[in-house]
Design a protein around this ligand. Structure first.
Ligand code: AP5
Ligand code: MG
Length: 191
């Protein structure tokens, strides 16, 4: 099982990815979580990525590829993965797709889009800001992350829709109801 979650900041990618990983017994690979861990450990990748994360801009592709290639290939050969946050641009998707063409059983089988209104996204991110204090959950950075999604990530939806693997899910429900809809859509693909 090889899945990708694409959605606006705060839509529930991380929340659903964790549940899907347990449910299907696959690895969860969250590019944002991995980048934050690199920053916390002060690695070479983390040192370059830190400013991008703070601004809510995308980290340069090469760093993301470097960080994710090995875990992604390993997960693919160990039952599969649920990706949260990568690919995030058309270029990332095209590079990942062309690499995957060369290797058996690595390419994505389904892409889940979680549809959530802007009002609800803001509400969730503000609640999380008060609770967790993630450094990119302030108002200015949230606005930039929304703009980055709109301009750089949204075109992915078309890309995957044309390949016939996009599942459009109502993400504005309780966590358990979103999860039920995602799993039933994925299961109906008989992967
Ligand atoms: P990333 O970590 O991916 O952040 P994001 O896309 O902004 O998304 P979030 O993690 O904020 O939200 P989420 O959709 O995971 O929602 P969550 O489940 O947490 O990326 C961060 C940064 O890393 C980027 O800005 C960029 O700099 C860099 N980066 C990452 N990937 C990259 C890439 N491929 N290339 C280049 N740069 C990259 O839920 C949000 C909140 O709502 C939580 O508090 C949760 O408890 C709550 N919640 C969840 N579901 C529900 C529900 N159904 N009802 C009510 N509350 C809910
Ligand atoms: Mg997340």
């Amino acid at each position: 099982m090889r899945l990708l979650l694409v959605a606006y900041p705060g839509a529930g990618k991380g929340t659903q990815a964790a549940k899907l990983a347990v449910h299907y017994g696959i690895a969860q690979l969250s590019s944002g979580e991995l980048l934050r861990a690199e920053v916390a450990r002060g690695t070479r990748i983390g040192k370059v990525a830190a400013d991008y994360l703070t601004r809510g801009d995308l980290v340069p592709d090469e760093l993301v590829f470097e960080m994710l290639s090995a875990p992604l290939l390993e997960a693919a050969s160990n039952g599969g993965y649920v990706l949260d946050g990568f690919p995030r641009t058309l270029r990332q998707a095209e590079v990942a797709y062309s690499v995957a063409q060369e290797i058996k059983d690595v390419e994505l089988q389904a892409v889940v889009y979680l549809r959530v209104s802007h009002d609800e996204l803001l509400k969730r991110l503000r609640t999380r800001a008060d609770r967790d204090g993630r450094t990119d959950d302030d108002e200015v950075t949230i606005a930039n992350r929304f703009k980055v999604f709109e301009t750089q990530t949204e075109p992915l939806l078309d890309f995957y829709s044309r390949r016939g693997i996009l599942l459009d899910i109502n993400g504005e429900q309780r966590v358990g109801d979103v999860f039920r809809d995602v799993t039933s859509a994925v299961d109906s693909l008989h992967i």
